[in-house]
Design a protein around this ligand. Structure first.
Ligand code: PEP
Ligand code: MG
Length: 938
């Protein structure tokens, strides 16, 4: 039968039709044709996928790549639509196979000189392990015999054949691993074997027979002997794996579009399991965990690729190859050095050595941790491999954010070690601190996280692509097997999940749902702490703290470059008065300690100090309440005089922390009832006192209740607050301005350079400014006269009400600066109350596509953004030097920051913790729109 099949397949190949019509298949050396068709390298990557374009690019660069060809993503998309290969595709594949035969001097399906191939998935963006790959295609009963004659290594050949049948069953026909693993385990047990290496040629041959029966039983027909049929099945399986659950989950988590499709790469098999002069491995050209410029990799002698990638066998570090195969090692180092220079990035390579000859199977930009991303970018810029601008562009705002995420406290870890809660140590595969409850499979981990809202740690002996949903849901991942390039490690690094792998002291009992080290038992649901930085695992919860930026020297260097880029003159061009440099980053800070943090994170100004927070301090609140309840202006002034020293001290601290930089202080904004006791609670207290007949203090409480009732407003956020309150009770803001200027004067006398800017909130008409601002300016002037000092200062306003934006040209007659309060501006432009919207309908709106993004997080460019743009243009018509900033929460959001760059803001102001992210985002905007006129790219 096998002979017949062979004749058939050979005949079929001989009859392969000439290639016509659309080109669906590209040989690796056809890269020029692919470039011509796709128009750019980006286009080639879309067409041939990351792996295919990489193999083609390496082939062009003269790197030893096993011959082969790529079936395009377009063919995949055609197949996905119809369930059939597009017309002409298969004939082209067969023709490419002929050329591959020629290049290798072997023949597909020919027992005398067989060519074996792998069939590998490869989308535009790497989706490691999420789709299918089938190895050793081209083996059948007859080819096996031929290969045994050629290699004189029957054990190796029978092992290959059983791997092919097993992979076909599990990958192409979706059988459970178990259907093959079970008979194999039984067979080994019957022979008393513990490991695969004890299996002889006869053993593998016997297992092949068993596997064929298993295959037929579950699939319903014999394992296909026609090698072309094998290739066809495998190609279809790879195409179909684009829509497999784990691929879909992965795309959802990484934001890869579902429309891209995968290419299929048919690659000549080279064998790392041809004896001890053969091997296979994976390596990163720099350390993907900490970024050190040292090759980091692992290999196994006499093994096939998946053994290393799966992390099932513990592999040797790549340095050992230097002694074991010096020639191949040298060539490997030369090639990888060139690849890094060529791609200007850290490479993740796969290689195989077949009987001493090195083959490169893949190269791609390596996945890495946030820390390593920054270090590699900074190092490569210092090595002049890339420019500083490229280095800055390589870092995403999320990367910066994750570097400032909490870590375990050093002292808490030491304490835990002393207290004996240390559990185990493994490889520190992905940094960060994770605390959570242990679960031993992906589904439970996901369920406990999503449904029970638990913090979880997923613990497995090792992970497979099917486990990714559990990993993504978890706080951290722990495995007892595998190394730094194992599946768990690679995936965790990509998603920024803290991960420790290969903690081999841990014995995991999946049946009993527990893990042990010696006699210490951790059961499912118990809490553990996993430190991805040191590889240590502790029982219980260890406290975490935010890392300091000062210690992260590479990030500091990168952010300094980002600032340089933003501060370049000519980054923006605009009419007279518009900034010619990029955005500055200021911070919102209410207290001196926040201001100091803001400075240490690189802020060059305070864009918003919310003064009312200071009124809530315990010793001040009673005075504030007394002030509010005052019946006469004199009473109010008395209370305010008591508050003044407190406020002066607050501002003094801020100016000192911000020596030389502007500080915007906003006058009181919220409605006064926020400072009063809760009405319902007070009513309850009064009723209880009345019921109990307690009279002591009752009258005071009753009076207070009446006063609070009198202050009731049906919609306080649109009621007596902001400048309206200042106009009704000017004494409060008069006190605040006096405190600001007295503090500024005192600081000036101490040699501190102060730049106070007084901000009036919630202006809606210029008449409000006309009423209040001159009174306040008079106080400022009076204080400076009293103290006999002079310093720069400004009076300005927030733009939070659409009317203020619309009438900006009038507002700017008085306001020397604008600061967009985009929290209120968004509420009032949409007419949404933020709290109600986020609680009730915003998610539905996003799900239904009514809103693309949450407008409270990212500026709605089409509405709120337009008002901002208009306000700047109109404001600067009146006052060309108008300083413009933003202090709503959007000031720390990269997309909103870009908008602020485009419309001509001078600065963005955000929480101190977001300052590093905003510095990077400001530089990205400057680079992306370099030299363009303000508003040109809107
Ligand atoms: C704003 O409205 O954007 C703002 C910064 O003010 P607040 O959030 O204090 O109302
Ligand atoms: Mg506001």
């Amino acid at each position: 039968m096998a002979t017949q099949v062979k004749t058939k397949s050979v005949k079929k190949q001989a009859k392969a039709k000439p290639v016509q019509g659309k080109k669906w298949v590209y040989l690796f050396e056809d890269v020029k044709a692919a470039e011509k068709y796709a128009g750019s390298w980006e286009g080639v990557r879309s067409l041939l996928g990351g792996k295919g374009s990489g193999l083609a690019d390496m082939t062009r660069a003269g790197v030893p790549v096993p011959p082969g060809f790529t079936i395009t993503t377009e063919a995949c998309n055609g197949f996905r639509k119809t369930g059939k290969f597009p017309a002409g595709m298969w004939d082209q594949a067969l023709a490419a196979m002929k050329k591959t035969e020629k290049a290798t001097g072997k023949k597909f399906g020919d027992a005398n000189n067989p060519l074996l191939v792998s069939c590998r998935s490869g989308a535009k963006f790497s989706m490691p392990g999420m789709m299918n790959t089938i190895l050793n295609i081209g083996l059948n009963d007859e080819v096996v015999e031929g290969m045994i004659k050629l290699t004189k290594n029957p054990r190796f050949v029978w092992d290959l054949y059983r791997r092919l049948i097993e992979m076909f069953g599990t990958t192409v026909f979706n059988l459970d691993d178990e259907v093959f693993e079970h008979p194999m385990a039984e067979y080994k047990a019957s022979k008393g074997y513990k490991v695969d290496t004890e299996m002889t040629a006869e053993d593998w041959q016997a297992l092949v027979a068993t596997f064929k029966e298993v295959f037929k039983k579950h699939v319903g027909f014999d394992f296909p002997q026609d090698v072309n049929k094998q290739l066809e099945y495998a190609t279809k399986a790879v195409f179909e794996s684009w829509n497999g659950k784990r691929a879909i989950d992965y795309r959802k988590a990484t934001g890869i579009s579902d429309d891209l499709g995968t290419a299929v790469n048919i690659v000549t098999m080279v064998f790392g399991n041809m004896g001890d002069d053969s091997g296979t491995g994976v390596a990163f050209t720099r350390n993907p965990s900490n970024g050190d410029k040292l090759m980091m990799g692992e290999y196994l002698l006499n093994a096939q690729g998946e053994d290393v990638v799966a992390g099932i066998r513990n592999a040797d570090p790549i340095e050992h190859l230097k002694d074991q195969m010096p020639k191949a090692y040298k060539q490997f180092m030369d090639i990888t050095g060139k690849l890094e220079k060529h791609y200007k990035d850290m490479q993740d390579v796969e290689f195989t050595i077949e009987r001493g000859k090195l083959w490169m199977l893949q190269t791609r930009n390596g996945k890495r941790t946030a820390k390593s991303t920054v270090k590699i970018a900074v190092d490569m810029a210092k090595e002049k491999l890339i420019t500083k601008e490229e280095a800055v562009l390589r870092i995403t705002p999320e990367t910066v954010d994750s570097l400032l995420h909490p870590q375990f406290d050093e002292s808490a870890m030491k304490k835990a070690e002393n207290e004996g809660t240390f559990f185990a140590k493994g490889v520190n595969a992905s940094p960060g601190a994770a605390v959570g409850q242990v679960y031993f499979d992906a589904d439970t981990t996901e369920r406990m996280t999503k449904e029970n809202k638990q913090d979880t740690i997923m613990v497995r002996p090792f992970t497979k692509p099917d486990d990714v949903h559990g990993m993504i849901a978890s706080q951290g991942v722990l495995t007892s097997e595998g190394g730094a390039t194992s599946h768990a490690a690679v995936v965790a690094r990509q998603f920024g999940i803290p991960c420790v792998v290969g903690a081999s002291a841990i014995k995991i009992d999946l049946e009993k749902r527990q893990m042990t080290v010696g006699d210490v038992v951790v059961k499912e649901g118990d809490w553990i702490s996993v430190d991805g930085n040191t590889g240590k695992v502790f029982i219980g919860k260890i406290p975490t703290s935010a890392p300091s930026l000062e210690e992260q020297t590479d990030l500091l260097t990168l952010l300094t470059w980002a600032d340089e880029i933003s501060a370049r003159k000519g980054v923006r061009t605009g009419p007279n008065g518009y900034p010619t440099r990029g955005l500055q980053v200021w911070a919102n800070a209410d207290y001196p300690k926040d201001a100091r943090r803001a400075r240490s994170y690189g802020a060059v100004g305070i864009g918003l100090c919310r003064t009312e927070h200071m009124f809530f301090e315990p010793e001040r609140l009673p005075i504030v309440q007394q002030m509010i309840l005052s019946e006469t202006s004199a009473e109010r002034t008395n209370a305010l005089n008591e508050l003044l020293p407190y406020q002066r001290k607050d501002f003094d601290g801020l100016f000192e922390a911000m020596d030389g930089y502007p500080v915007i202080i906003r006058l009181i904004d919220p409605p006064l009832h926020e400072f009063m006791p809760d009405e319902e609670k007070l009513l309850e207290e009064v009723i209880t006192m009345r019921v109990k007949g307690e009279t002591d203090g009752l009258q005071a409480k009753e009076d207070l209740l009446v006063a609070i009732k009198g202050m009731h407003e049906s919609n306080p956020m649109m009621g007596m607050r902001g400048v309206r309150l200042s106009i009704s009770m000017p004494e409060i803001v008069e006190m605040q301005v006096r405190a600001i200027f007295e503090a500024a004067a005192d600081c000036t006398l101490r040699g501190i350079v102060v730049k106070p800017e007084v901000m009036i909130p919630l202006t809606g008409t210029v008449k409000e400014l006309e009423w209040i601002q001159p009174r306040l300016v008079r106080i400022a002037a009076a204080v400076m006269d009293e103290k006999k000092v002079k310093f720069e200062y400004k009076f300005g306003t927030m733009i939070e009400i659409p009317r203020a934006a619309v009438t900006a040209s009038e507002i700017a007659q008085h306001a020397e600066f604008f600061s967009f309060g985009t929290n209120d501006l968004t509420q009032m432009t949409y007419g949404y109350s933020r709290d109600d919207a986020e609680r009730n309908f915003l998610i539905t709106y996003q799900e239904q596509g009514i809103l693309e993004k949450n407008p409270f997080q990212t500026i709605d460019r089409g509405g709120v953004g337009k008002l901002m743009d208009w306000a700047i243009t109109e404001g600067r018509k009146t006052r060309p030097t108008l300083e413009v900033g933003i202090c709503g929460e959007h000031g720390g959001d990269p997309d909103s920051i870009e908008w602020c760059h485009l419309i001509g803001n001078n600065y963005v102001s955000c929480s101190p913790f977001r300052v590093p992210v905003a510095r990077l985002a400001a530089a990205h905007s400057a680079l992306k729109h370099a030299g363009k006129g303000i508003a040109e790219d809107k």
